[in-house]
Design a protein around this ligand. Structure first.
Ligand code: IMP
Length: 437
C-alpha cells in the first residue's frame, strides 16, 4: 500500500469548521474521497458559483465527476435520508454513479431516532444537544451486536431475517421504556424497500477498493466529520458524538492500517463555534458572539440551530494537533473577522488560581476554566479577494503567524470566503503539491 498521496482531513474544533469547503476544493485533485465515521449528523455546505449543496452522508467529492466517493465501514447510514440526498443531487444534474458504500456500515433505523429524541427529553437540562438523527443509538446497537448493516439490505431475505431477529426487542424497549407504540414488521420492510433497491448496486468492498487505489498511486482523501472535541474518547465527554472523529479512525473506519495516509490536515475556523451543550471556554455570550454568528452565518446545516460562537482557542487547537497527529492546518472563515477593532485568542486557561496550557481531561475542571487571552489588532480591509498571503493586511498575517506558532503546526490553506476560488494555498507546502503547484 503506497500512501504518499493520501491525506486525512479532520475537524480540529467542535465540528462545523468548514471541512466541506476545504474537501470540495481539494477533491478537485483527488481520485477517491472516503468518509470513515459518523452519519447524517454531519452537514457539509458546499458553495459552487450560484449553487449551494447541503450534503449529509455523501462526501463533498461527489461534485467532482472524476472522483470516486466512498461511505466507509465506520459510518452509520440512514438509508431513507441517503435516498433523499441522492435524489436531490440527481435532480440538480450531479451524477451519483461514482458512489460506493461499505456493506459493513451500520444502518440508522427509524427506532434509533425515537430513542435519540426520547433520551434527550429524559435528560432534560442535562441533555447532550444531539442532532436527533439517531447516531448514538445506532452506534450503541452496533456495540450491542444487534445492529443491521448495509450488506443486509442487499438481500431481501436477509434483511427480513435480521429485522425479524431484532424488532421484537426494539419494540419491547420502545413500548416499555419509551411509551412508543413500536413498529409493525411488514410496514418497516415496505418503508425500507426502495432504499434497499436503490442502494444495493452501490455496495462494494470499500476496504479493497481503497487498498487497490492506494497501491495504484491514486490520490485518496479521507473525509472526517464532526471535530476532535466531539470524539467519543478524546472529546468533551459526555457532550460528544458517538464515533471516533480523530484521524486514526480513517484507517479503522475504512478497513485499512494506520499508515493509510501520509498527511493529516486539521481544519479550524479563525474563531470557534459549537452546537449542542457542553463546556466552551472561549464562548462569547454577548455582543461579540452575536456579531460572529451574524457575520459568519453560524446556523447548523443539519438542524438550523444557532451556533454558539467565541474566540479562537489555541489550547484546544494544540490538543487537537496532538490527538490527530496534525501535519498541517487549514484556517477557514478568516474574512468573518474583518472589521473587528481587536481579535482575542485564548492561549491558556486560568483554572482555580493557576494557568494551564494543556486541555484538561476532567469536564468539571474544564467547566471552571476561564480563557487567558492574547489580544491582536484587527483589520478593516475586505480580504475576500485575497489569493496569496501577500494580499492579506499585515494584521491578518500577524494573527495567522501567532496561531501557527502557538499551535506548532504550519498553516497550509486559508479560506477567505465560501466559494472554491476564495482560497489561499501556501506555496511549498504539501497542499501546494496536492493542487499541482
Ligand atoms: P449526535 O452526533 O447527533 O449524537 O450529537 C452529539 C453532539 O455532537 C451534539 O453536541 C451535536 O450538536 C454535535 N454534532 C454532531 N454532528 C455535528 C456536526 O456535524 N457538526 C457540529 N456538531 C455536531
Amino acid at each position: 500500500m503506497k500512501n504518499n498521496d493520501s491525506l486525512v482531513i479532520v475537524g480540529a474544533q467542535w465540528g462545523d469548521e468548514g471541512k466541506g469547503k476545504v474537501i470540495d476544493f481539494l477533491a478537485a485533485g483527488a481520485d477517491v474521497v472516503a468518509r470513515f465515521q459518523g452519519g447524517d449528523n454531519a452537514g457539509h455546505t458546499v458553495v459552487y458559483g450560484a449553487n449551494i449543496f447541503k450534503l449529509h452522508h455523501i462526501p463533498s467529492g461527489i461534485l467532482n465527476p472524476r472522483c470516486t466517493s466512498l461511505l466507509g465501514s465506520g459510518m452509520v447510514i440512514n438509508p431513507l435520508v441517503l435516498l433523499d440526498e441522492l435524489a436531490e443531487l440527481e435532480k440538480r444534474g450531479i451524477s451519483t454513479a461514482n458512489l460506493r458504500i461499505s456493506g459493513k456500515a451500520h444502518l440508522i433505523m427509524a427506532y434509533h431516532q425515537v430513542y435519540d429524541r426520547a433520551n434527550e427529553e429524559m435528560l432534560g437540562e442535562n441533555k447532550i444537544g444531539t442532532t436527533g438523527r439517531g447516531i448514538g443509538p445506532a452506534y450503541a446497537d452496533k456495540a450491542l451486536r444487534r445492529g443491521l448493516r448495509v450488506i443486509d439490505m442487499t438481500d431481501s431475505r436477509v434483511f427480513r431475517e435480521r429485522l425479524a431477529q431484532v424488532l421484537p426487542l426494539q419494540n419491547r424497549l420502545l413500548k416499555d421504556a419509551y411509551g412508543h407504540e413500536g413498529y409493525e414488521f411488514n410496514r418497516l420492510v415496505e418503508i425500507y424497500r426502495p432504499a434497499c433497491n436503490k442502494l444495493s448496486p452501490m455496495v462494494t468492498d470499500t476496504s479493497r477498493l481503497l487498498s487497490e487505489s492506494l497501491s495504484e498511486g491514486k490520490k485518496v482523501l479521507f473525509e472526517g466529520a464532526q471535530g476532535a472535541l466531539l470524539d467519543i474518547d478524546h472529546g468533551t465527554y459526555p457532550f460528544v458524538t458517538s464515533s471516533s472523529t480523530v484521524a486514526a479512525a480513517a484507517g479503522s473506519g475504512s478497513g485499512l492500517g494506520p499508515q493509510c495516509a501520509s498527511r493529516v490536515l486539521g481544519v479550524l475556523k479563525a474563531y470557534t463555534t459549537r452546537v449542542g451543550e457542553g463546556p466552551f471556554p472561549s464562548e462569547e455570550k454577548g455582543e461579540a458572539g452575536d456579531l460572529l454568528r451574524a457575520q459568519g452565518s453560524e446556523f447548523g446545516t443539519t438542524t438550523g440551530r444557532p451556533r454558539r460562537c467565541g474566540w479562537f482557542d489555541a489550547v484546544i487547537a494544540r490538543y487537537a494537533a496532538r490527538i490527530n497527529g496534525l501535519t498541517g492546518l487549514a484556517i477557514t472563515k478568516l474574512d468573518v473577522l474583518s472589521g473587528l477593532e481587536t481579535i482575542n485568542m485564548a492561549v491558556a486557561y486560568q483554572c482555580s488560581g493557576s494557568t494551564i496550557k494543556e486541555f484538561p481531561s476532567s469536564i468539571a475542571e474544564l467547566q471552571k476554566c476561564e480563557p487567558a487571552y492574547e489580544i491582536f489588532p484587527g483589520w478593516h480591509e475586505d480580504i475576500s479577494r485575497a489569493r496569496t498571503m501577500d494580499d492579506l493586511p499585515q494584521a491578518a498575517r500577524q494573527y495567522l503567524e501567532a496561531m501557527e506558532e502557538t499551535v506548532g503546526v504550519p498553516i497550509e490553506l486559508i479560506s477567505v470566503g465560501p466559494d472554491r476560488t476564495q482560497t489561499i494555498i501556501r506555496p511549498q507546502t504539501y497542499l501546494a503539491g496536492w493542487c499541482g503547484d
